[in-house]
Design a protein around this ligand. Structure first.
Ligand code: NAI
Ligand code: AKG
Length: 387
């Protein structure tokens, strides 16, 4: 029986994939597996009984993934599962920044008691006129699951799209419409585009990437959209640029005391992935990945351990070893198992950064003495028996 806990509400459609081998627990500290959306796990104690964390979403800046790797805890995310939800909100954000829909709707609500509203509206509406997005230049920074979808959708809406991503994956490059202009220097986006949207992860290298100096290169009246993370933008610089008229609108999905209520800022309450479809997709993917790892040791879409798939074990036993990515580890495992008269029928070993992971299918059950001998190797972080 595996115990799991949900740190945020997770779609029941996904949780229903857990069968009788799983029990939901109320206390995070008792769980071997955790499902999380935006809860800040940096504030929680990472207990030794925890085996895996599944982020039902894309961004993992709320999870101490490196610390988890050191403890042999696998952290998963669900790439692309909520990307369509975010894409649609980005398109809405561009439209809200171009047409004063918010002002116009407020006007109607404020004048709802006026019996002449039908007449007055024709005079009043000129205050809410705007521009069209078709024909405008859109710069996209980060062409992953969301960036590619935004690029293709904006192209279909008649925008001229510039895309920048020095680390673009082959899959993303194949999915991108051919009409998107490939930009090699982000400054070209700053200088050329009427709308700029960022879709990169929050990393040390991307933190505050949109700051005073980036904004100074941009066109006057630029619209900047941030549906990725607030810390990607130096928001004090952004507020200043809105005040002095350089930036026309800042559309953000991350309200905080710096941006909430500021003129020229359109803020939504972190709604990018809040659609029924995205929540179901994320929950299903997260639960499937957790189950395959907990029951078989297979890893797919982890952000701190390598992908590894040995299917379902058809031999007598399967052990999983998390260890440091250094030489002579495998030879130590084979020596200990060989001494115990255990044959390795099948194995795989993969590494990612400082961490490595081995799955070993064996012809005998491993006793506690042998397991302890492997566990006591200094560079072994964790060992698990799944069969
Ligand atoms: N508002 C919301 O509710 C949501 C926000 N997000 C945020 O959006 C981010 C992106 O999500 P996805 O597209 O699903 O992730 P992804 O991992 O598919 O794409 C990120 C892309 O950014 C690129 N990249 C990394 N550093 C870069 C740099 N310095 N310059 C240009 N490109 C760079 C990567 O190569 C990758 O292609 C997430 O990390 C998350 O923070 C994601 C989903 C929902
Ligand atoms: O779960 C959510 O609503 C947040 C989604 C998000 O920000 C992400 O997937 O990175």
């Amino acid at each position: 029986m595996f115990k799991y806990n949900c740190l945020n509400p997770i779609s029941q459609v996904g949780l229903d994939y857990f069968d009788e081998k799983y029990e939901k627990v109320d206390d995070y500290k008792d769980a071997e597996a955790v499902l999380v959306r935006s809860a800040n796990m940096h504030e929680l104690e990472i207990k030794d009984n925890l085996l895996a964390v599944a982020r039902a979403g894309a961004g993992v800046n709320n999870i101490p993934s490196d610390l988890c790797a050191e403890k042999g805890i696998v952290v998963f995310n669900t790439p692309g599962a909520n990307a369509n939800g975010v894409k649609e909100l980005v398109i809405a954000g561009m439209l809200l920044a171009s047409r004063d829909l918010i002002g116009g709707i407020s006007w109607v609500n404020e004048n709802k008691e006026d019996p002449n509203i039908q007449k007055v509206v024709e005079k009043a509406k000129k205050s809410f006129a705007g521009g069209e997005i078709s024909g405008k230049k859109l710069g996209i920074i980060g062409l992953g699951a969301i960036g590619v979808r935004v690029a293709n959708a904006a192209t279909n809406l008649g925008m001229e799209v510039y895309g920048y991503d020095p680390y673009i994956s082959i899959d993303a490059a194949w999915s991108l419409s051919r009409s998107i202009k490939h930009i090699k220097n982000v400054e070209e986006i700053y200088k050329e585009c009427d709308f700029i949207t960022i879709h990169v992860p929050l990393l040390d290298s991307t933190k505050k990437m949109i700051d005073k100096s980036a904004i100074s290169l941009m066109k006057n009246d630029v619209v900047i959209l941030n549906f990725a993370r607030d810390l990607l933008v130096n928001e004090e610089d952004m507020v200043e640029a809105l005040k002095n008229g350089k930036v026309k609108k800042y559309v953000t999905d991350f309200p905080n005391p710096t941006v909430a209520g500021v003129e020229g800022i359109i803020a939504t309450p972190h709604l990018g992935a809040s659609t029924e479809e995205s929540e179901i997709n994320c929950a299903k993917m997260a639960v499937k990945q957790l189950k395959d790892y907990l029951e078989n040791g297979n890893i797919k879409n982890s952000v701190n351990y390598p992908s590894c798939n040995m299917g379902i074990c058809t031999d007598v036993s399967r052990i999983l070893i998390f260890h440091k990515n250094i030489k002579n580890m495998i030879s130590q495992f084979t020596t200990i198992l060989g001494k115990a008269d255990i044959n390795i029928c099948n194995m795989t070993n993969k590494s990612r950064g400082d961490s490595a992971y081995s799955i070993l299918d064996l012809d005998k059950v491993v006793n506690d003495n042998v397991l302890n001998e492997i566990k006591n190797i200094e560079e072994v972080l964790r060992i698990r028996v799944v069969k």
